[in-house]
Design a protein around this ligand. Sequence first.
Ligand SMILES: [Zn+2]
Ligand SMILES: [Zn+2]
Length: 374
Amino acid sequence: MASTRPRDPYEVLGVSRDAGDAEIKKAFRRLARELHPDVNKHDPGAEEKFKEAAEAYEILSDAERRATYDRYGHDGLRSGGFSPNFEGFGSITDLFDAFFGSAFGAAARSGPMQGGDIAVTAQVTLEQAAAGAEIELSFEAIDACERCHGNGAEPGTPIVTCDRCGGAGVLQAVSRSPFGQVMRQVPCDVCGGDGRIAEQPCSRCDGRGREVRRRTLRVDVPAGIADGQRIRLSGRGHAGERGGPPGDLYVLVDVAPDDRFVRDGDDLVTALDVPAPLAALGTTLRAPSLDGEVDVEIEPGTQPGTIVTVSGKGMPRLRRPGRSGNLRVVVNVVIPRKLDKEQRRLAQELADSMTEDNLRVEESLFGKLKRLLG
Ligand SMILES: [Zn+2]
Ligand SMILES: [Zn+2]
């Protein structure tokens, strides 16, 4: 563990010092969701931030640790033997799963528990992002067991009151700390907090009531979505425990690069080669757009780097039907690299006939450089 001074856990989670358990949990879930590596792979600091949030949550979600911290600060926790136990986790994903997967359930108190969230990446083409698309996603998720429908009992066998906790779902535990003995409630290790157990555990899930299954789901990607945007599908995450609601599914949209266009907000930008003589004479050329080629007017005397705007041919605006960005065509004036004998003669003749008047521009050096360097 780094020896830098740890931050105040209340500050890390953004909660007040008298925040209740539900508020602390909510704050941690929100932070953790923001920092999930699948959602946030562009932020190299996300892993450290997640660990910091997890450590803050470990302190504040445990009444005993929280009381120790409130009275004695981080030093009190350290001398009490607390150290965040993240070393055993291979990656931030494991760590995340430990908090939101089944381990999360075991660590918390009994009662209905919301399922964890899932993050899935969906790759789409630029055309799909423009037109909107229905795509099929396939991912692993925790679902209620198919055989026992989640109650953990072999079908046809009874569910009985747990002997160990007498149906309360919790046990009283005494733990010693440097500040004296502390009584606290821990989830029953036999029934996991249910208070009831299957007399004969389900043969498919060993009584857990949940199992990991591959799910396929069709997802509507709205027209105009941009790379890195997220679609939230409420209730499509991991199944809840003990009757709790399911978590949410976050679809991270990854728009594949396109070799014809670069996207700039709602605009698309493309480059169009224009032979130098045509740039001088003016012409109409065809440029690519997302719905077929479009005419682009090249004015006589068009200079390298000139941008011709074709309105309405960019990306549609997200959730604003009928509104679109523009297509910006950057003119790339191409100077002929080779000339045959006759062309040389014509070019020479043209060059010889040039006067000051042909080349005069009303443009400052700064203006020229700005145009050329884009
Ligand atoms: Zn089962
Ligand atoms: Zn029990």
